[in-house]
Design a protein around this ligand. Sequence first.
Ligand SMILES: [Zn+2]
Length: 356
Amino acid sequence: MTTLLRLRLRCRLRLRRLLSTAALATLATAALASTPPASLAQTAAPATAPTAPATTPARPLPGVKHVLLIGLDGFGSYAWEKAAMPNLKTLAASGASTLKARPIMPVISGPNWGAHLTGAGPESHGYLGNGAKPSLPPAVLSKYGRFPGIFGLVRDAYPNAETGAIYDWARIHELIEDKAVTYERIVYQSRSSRRLPAHVSVGIYEESTARTSVDAANYIATKKPFFTFVYFGAPDETGHHIGHDTPAYYATLKKCDDHIGQLLGALKTAGIEKETIVIVVSDHGGLGKGHGEGTMQGMQTPWIIAGPGVKRGHTLVPGIVHYDTTPTIAHILGISPPPTFRGRPALDAFAAKNKN
Ligand SMILES: [Zn+2]
């Protein structure tokens, strides 16, 4: 502590003591007079009750009324050129994107979706693997009983907001603050699919992903949610069972692109496509039948953002890490970053007037 700081502290203590003496004197006078003077509250207040800081309500960036986050599990940037994904490529061209987003380590789905959805890494959110329970106790628990993430932040800033999470990998449930979600739908893939022949197993998962898309599209079209997270697990499943960079893998990506088209169509049906920012992310790429940890096939993912106020046809500066997704959404929605964030918003995505 510096001498200056110590002096200031001593002055403040002395001031506080003087104020309490004044308050006591007023109290004594008041007791004697039997009716408390009207000024008592004001006289006593400064010593005991610090004024609460003024809170300004959160407000999204101009022109933004909705955010849709779409996640594709196991979609590596290596596949971008060969992938027949017209809907996604048109979306990327109409917004800002990079093929150089990086997973956090370890390159496993749980830790990375945790990073996307909380803005922090496994050292904080506690998910080092794909287990139902975190390997480490989360560093902090929000009032929703989980590590603070996007759903709790949205609920706190916008208490009446309609929010949805629709996904086909049960583990996502543990990675979100489910109590802060208005509509949560888990489209279960068959657990026994892991013991089935590859093409059958992949087919089952593709079916789950297709049903996820239908459910999410209906939800968006009817509820016009403020924030929605939709997760497609099929690319990862095809990667594990048949292999990355195979015709089957690209066929799965093509199906996912159809689903993305279906979700974008739902925004149009709802009449909210011009006021929605859409973000598309993945958790990792892959090599052979694995995630390709430590190889560039595994370590680079597409990160795409498009919508009102987002630069068009812009390539983002490299450096995005998966824990930057939630801070970017918080920035869009005018939510102040909590101390748990390790990531930063991708400010480079926004036209100058939308940087706040
Ligand atoms: Zn996987």
